[in-house]
Design a binder for this molecule. Structure first.
Ligand code: SAM
Length: 251
């Protein structure tokens, strides 16, 4: 009897702890570990996470409160997109940045949303239709390549995704080739969580800005750490400074 009561209290206590935990993680304004996805060593090029379930992720990635700290307009401003340009959103996830990018490039520009997860791609295709984003195209890509044509885009945005990419220097070289630099230097913007941030993936997979800059430089970029007002993240910009021989002659 006493054993049964003890068991009952233990269950009640565990349920209580679970409910408190669920409430805390549903509160986006509270510090949170964002990448509490199931661990799988083979997933995401060995980064140990997979993102099969957009319904689950949209709760935190698309939470209205994200706007306060993510400052999407500022991120898009740091990317320095001009109307009419072509922009890729690498690791688009649930498509959080797409409406901001689509608005910025306008009807004459194009946004290409890229992700390795079929479930995310399906989710984003529905989102694009629902939100009537006529200038957005969604593509599933392999882990080791953005699969963009040479010079296909002017700008590439990569938010909270670079740490999932393996062999990043080689990958940076592919991004470099994908950028058009005929009229002005093509650019990539990488936004990652700082080491100090109470949000973000586990410390063991966080990247320092110096590492990101080094990886971009070995892919051929000129890289700088930008000044910004993001409370939890930093932003590194890489520019393609060469002008390939395939560019039309300058008048
Ligand atoms: C943490 S989410 C970030 C989503 C979005 N950028 C945002 O800020 O809301 C990372 C996304 O990158 C995708 N991803 C991981 N590795 C990738 C790769 N090598 N190429 C393209 N997408 C990748 C994942 O499937 C996931 O949807």
């Amino acid at each position: 009897m006493i054993g049964a009561m003890r068991h009952g209290s233990l269950v009640a206590a565990l349920v209580g702890v679970f409910l408190i935990g669920a409430a805390a993680s549903a509160d986006e304004s509270a510090p949170a570990i964002e990448h509490a996805a199931p661990e799988d060593k083979s997933a995401h090029g060995g980064r140990g996470r997979h993102f099969h379930d957009p319904k689950q992720w949209t709760k935190s990635w698309d939470a209205p409160s994200r706007k306060k700290w993510q400052r999407p307009d500022e991120v898009v401003a740091l990317l320095d997109v001009a109307p009419g340009e072509n922009v890729a959103d690498l690791g688009t996830g649930t498509g959080y940045f797409l409406s901001y990018l689509a608005k910025r490039v306008g009807a004459k520009g194009r946004v290409i949303a890229l992700d390795v997860e079929q479930a995310m791609v399906d989710h984003v295709e529905k989102r694009v239709k629902r939100d009537n984003l006529a200038n957005v195209e969604v593509r599933k890509v392999p882990f080791n390549s953005p699969d963009l044509r040479d010079g296909e885009v002017d700008r590439i945005l990569i938010v909270n995704t670079w740490h999932h990419v393996q062999k990043r220097s080689a990958y940076a070289a592919l991004l470099h080739k994908a950028l058009d630099s005929c009229d002005r230097p093509g650019a990539v913007l990488i936004v990652e969580y700082t080491r100090e941030s109470p949000r973000g993936p586990s410390q063991k997979i966080r990247l320092d800005p110096e590492t990101v800059m080094k990886e971009l430089r070995s892919g051929g970029f000129q890289a700088v750490l930008l000044t910004e007002k993001l409370p939890y993240q930093y932003a590194v910009k890489g520019e393609r400074r060469d002008r390939p021989a395939t560019c039309p002659p300058k008048l």
